[in-house]
Design a protein around this ligand. Structure first.
Ligand code: F6P
Length: 302
């Protein structure tokens, strides 16, 4: 029986289990055996696998995260890891490998493809920033969670006559901030693609207050940068880089809130939504998209 491997890499997101479930069900129907590789590329280095059957994927459709686990391991960081992973791909006698991930995981996948391995990539990220896609699964769940949080922050901001800054995810792209912000009726939305002009932000807020409003909602993507003269300042939590060279973002909301309060005199608070946006059960849209991707991936393997 021919074998297909499947792994999930990078940041987890709601809908990963929908893909895994669809791959297993479709592949078994088509006469393949399915091998799950644990914790992204790390599992291929260690040959850490489990056989996936109907029982292993039963009941996982509404579950967040990934039953296979994930990691941010970069096979191209260490030549020994790469050699080991290629050797294990052969040892496991895989006819093809389905790699579910974002820019980093799929970047590794496309390099492995050039080394002669048979790989099908499934695009995944809550940030919705992968080329060749209109939507990636996980994004719809993330914006619905963020929208609900913005709604909740709205009522407390209004009661206390405060400015509420909401920091959402989005490393290079402002899709979450934009769509959750519009859906939640935010007054200002700040995204990585457009440098923040703090004077403009404060003037927008002031104008609103002059109109009689006593509260405002500001949504900011964690990857947004300040415009300071001509120099752009990126706010990071940690100078340490991950294996793909990314810094850990976060903290822009705090700085923005302090700056707005200082410049406008209005009391300001901040809420950082963080990984809440990535956890929990996927929406119907993400379950369906994940299922379609899973079925298509097996068709492409064939
Ligand atoms: O790439 C998806 C993402 O959620 C980004 O929006 C965010 O910057 C990053 O992952 C957070 O990564 P980690 O889970 O490693 O903190």
């Amino acid at each position: 029986m021919e074998k297909i491997g499947i792994l999930t890499g990078g940041g987890d997101c709601p809908g990963l289990n929908s893909v895994i479930r669809a791959v297993v069900r479709k592949a078994l129907l088509d006469g393949y055996e399915v091998i799950g590789i644990k914790n992204g590329w790390q599992g291929l280095i260690e040959a850490d696998t489990l056989k996936l059957d109907l029982r292993s994927v039963s009941g996982i459709l509404p579950r967040g995260g990934t039953i296979l686990g994930t990691s941010r391991t970069n096979l191209y960081k260490n030549p020994e890891d790469l050699k080991q992973a290629i050797a294990n791909y052969k040892k496991l006698e895989l006819s093809a490998l389905i790699a579910v991930g974002g820019e980093d995981t799929l970047g590794v996948a496309s390099k492995l493809l050039k080394e002669g391995l048979k790989i099908v990539g499934v695009p995944k990220t809550i940030d919705n920033d992968l080329s060749g896609t209109d939507y990636t699964f996980g994004f719809d769940t993330a914006i619905n969670i963020a929208m609900e949080c913005i709604d909740r922050l709205h009522t407390t901001a209004e009661s206390h006559h405060r400015i509420m800054v909401v920091e959402v995810m989005g490393r290079h792209a402002g899709w979450i901030a934009t769509e959750a912000g519009i859906a939640g009726g935010a007054d200002v939305i700040l995204i990585p693609e457009i440098p923040i002009d703090i004077e403009e932000v404060c003037s927008l807020v002031k104008k609103r207050h002059e109109r009689g409003k006593t509260f405002s909602l500001v949504v900011v993507a964690e990857g947004a940068e300040f415009k300071s003269g001509t120099k752009l300042v990126e706010v990071t939590q940690d100078a340490k880089l991950d294996e793909f060279g990314h810094v850990r973002l976060g903290g822009i909301g705090e700085i923005l809130a302090k700056e707005i309060e200082k410049r406008t005199g209005y009391e300001t608070r901040v809420s950082v939504l963080g990984h809440i946006q990535r956890g929990g059960s996927p929406t119907a849209f993400d379950r369906i998209l994940g299922t379609q991707f899973g079925v298509k991936a097996v068709e492409l393997v064939k």
